[in-house]
Design a protein. Sequence first.
Length: 260
Amino acid sequence: MKKALLILLAIGTIQMSFSQQESAFGDGEWFKFKMSYSGFLKAGNATLTVKDSKLKGKEVYHVVGKGWTTGMIKWFFKVKDRYESYFDKQTIVPYKFVRNIDEGGYTKDIEIDFDQENNKAFVNNKKHKKKTIIDTKPNIQDMVSAFYYLRNNLETDSLKIGDEVRVDMFFDQENYGFKLQYLGEEIIDTEFGDIESLKFRPYVMAGRVFKEEESLTLWVTKDKNKVPLRIKADLAVGSLRADLEAFKGLKHPFRIVVDN
């Protein structure tokens, strides 16, 4: 399930000129995704929730991402993951990030406070009772805030096939360079009907989780919401697919080409 959340959530800023647009999301937005393994076996569910909040006197969005296994898979590999991000409502830069996961007995419990003015990350590894301070790049994103930053700021109308998104993210205890390539437009069949979408390829580190750098494909709605509709991943063992199953609280109309 961590793989699915990473796919959904590990997207960020682009190294090109941005134009400030009407916000793509707001308080009360909620997504639910269903996961399947190797095309047929139900693997679990994931949710993303946006709420207004305050952190140290600052107006922020508090986003919570959860993932858990269901069905037969949970009997031999139980997963319960929780990711949280508190980020500025205007700039979408994060102030706090939480990662609390249990994946078949592999656990992590990490809290990160970001000092965006001085480019520092204060990492509290609660499991190992260890605190560290690490230098970050300006306007660093965490793996949750990056997705919302991109939704709010990327001018998709100017994208051309082959254009690349460059991301500066901080994950666990290190700065992480990440690239996302635009693959064009596609109408895909979903739970809600045929939807016009924008297609991307996030590049990831090949190895323990992903089969190769080009293992992921991501589809988001071609509208002002930029809702993630589908993610496919070729894993080191098998494949994983996430499909949007339910949603509420969208700021803009959800466009359907053909109803199911």
